[in-house]
Design a protein around this ligand. Structure first.
Ligand code: PLP
Length: 396
């Protein structure tokens, strides 16, 4: 749970390398798996040859992925690369060109992935032209509803833009290969969609033969209190995109697709390093630890932290909203509670002040503190983090 800098300062880590170090830093069982594998086989290229490590991990992910259909797994090295894989596969399988993504979404920074990303202008500015045939629609960012509804009158009208406008004008459904969605919006502000949003999206996709791709790069591997966030709403996507927490910090990503969907032409796709055996072993050790109690801990500690952080909302007027699922929690800072105007400048000052008090945090969205500690977090560390935040918010 701790980082020590070159001067010997000790920091409580509530960012986990952007939600990557699921098992904490250098968990002994992960380190041992890496050491042992490093002495046996470093590389072979899974595109050309098989080795037990890559098969074992593929089988394990295929079994764990939601939905009864048999699955096929492709390994790459980063979230963005896995997203690229999903775009290519969706086009190949459907023969359709278009992809739908969401405003607020983050899918990575390679050219295809950044074309889907619509979280912050700076992530796209200067890089156009982007991948053609990408369209964006509204996500259920309920605290700042994109269609101005109040919770009590909401009938998930945010999805109307997709059905009544995009489908009818620029993106007819029979031209759409895939809809890619984060089950909880990540970098865009840790928004948990209203119940029914993902279910309705899945129904729309199914009705039009559009593939549903769940980007679980950030939400996956226990972060939300289930192995995959899709499980909370019973979502069974055609493709699952995985990275970040998968191997506790070793680089590896995966696309787990229905076997019927993942049918490449021979030589049509591949990766030199994807499915590296050392990363595979780190992933297998990570999965063991998750199943041995860390997923349950994430669910338990997530509820605890949410409640403790809501106490801060009562004490500090600048805290407009506290929302989250498992250990994916946003503390949204606002200029005033009625207008809900994001206070980006305050966020920067809070992150900096917390750092100087020994708490590592990141932001997300326009003005939210991103709470994403390793899944090993205990009550004592959660209390300490809340205590530091309380002090910082009181001082600023
Ligand atoms: N998808 C999501 C939901 C992410 O949060 C990220 C990274 O933050 C990515 C994709 C891209 O992953 P990577 O940085 O490993 O390319």
């Amino acid at each position: 749970m701790f980082l020590i800098d070159v001067d010997g300062n000790r920091f409580l880590d509530f960012a986990a390398g952007i939600a990557v170090c699921a098992t904490g830093h250098c968990h002994p069982r992960v380190v041992e798996a890496i050491r042992e594998q490093a002495g046996r086989l470093l590389h072979l290229c899974a595109t050309d040859f098989s080795y037990p490590e890559v098969i074992e991990l593929a089988e394990r992910l295929a079994r764990a992925a939601p939905g009864a259909d048999p699955k096929t797994v492709f390994f790459a090295n980063s979230g963005a690369e896995a997203v690229e894989t999903a775009i290519k596969l969706a086009r190949l399988h459907t023969g359709r060109p278009k992809v739908i993504a969401f405003f607020g979404a983050f899918h990575g920074r390679t050219m295809g992935a950044v074309s889907l990303t619509a979280s912050k202008a700076v992530q796209r500015r200067g890089y156009a032209p982007f991948l053609p045939e990408v369209h964006h629609t509204h996500y259920a960012t309920c605290y700042r509803c994109p269609v101005g509804r109040r919770p009590e009158e909401c009938d998930i009208e945010c999805l109307d833009l997709l059905e009544t406008t995009l489908f009818a004008t620029t993106a007819p459904p029979d031209e759409i290969a895939a809809i890619i969605v984060e089950p909880v919006l990540g970098e865009g502000g840790y928004y948990v969609p209203k119940p029914g949003f993902l279910e309705r999206l899945a129904e729309i996709a199914r009705r039009h033969g559009i593939l549903l791709v769940a980007d679980e790069v950030q939400t996956g591997f226990g972060r939300t209190g289930r192995l995959f966030a899709c499980e909370h709403s019973g979502l069974e996507p055609d493709m699952l995109v995985l990275a970040k927490g998968i191997a506790s910090g070793m680089p590896i990503s995966a696309v787990v697709a229905r076997g019927e969907v993942m049918q490449w032409r021979s030589g049509g796709h591949g990766s030199t390093f994807g499915g590296n055996p050392v990363s595979c072993r780190a992933a297998l050790a990570t999965l063991d630890l998750l199943e041995d109690g860390l997923i349950d801990n994430a669910a338990r500690m997530g509820e605890y932290l949410l409640a403790r952080l809501r106490e801060l909302q009562e004490r500090h007027r600048c805290v407009g909203d506290v929302r989250g699922l498992g250990l994916m929690i946003a503390v949204d800072l606002v200029k005033d509670r009625t207008a809900r105007e994001p206070d980006h400048e305050l966020l920067q000052r809070v992150l900096s002040a917390a750092f100087h008090k020994g708490l590592v945090l990141l932001g997300c969205g326009a003005s939210s503190i991103r709470i994403a500690p390793p899944l090993i977090v205990g009550a004592a560390e959660a209390d300490r983090a809340v205590e530091i935040l309380d002090a910082v918010l009181g001082e600023l």
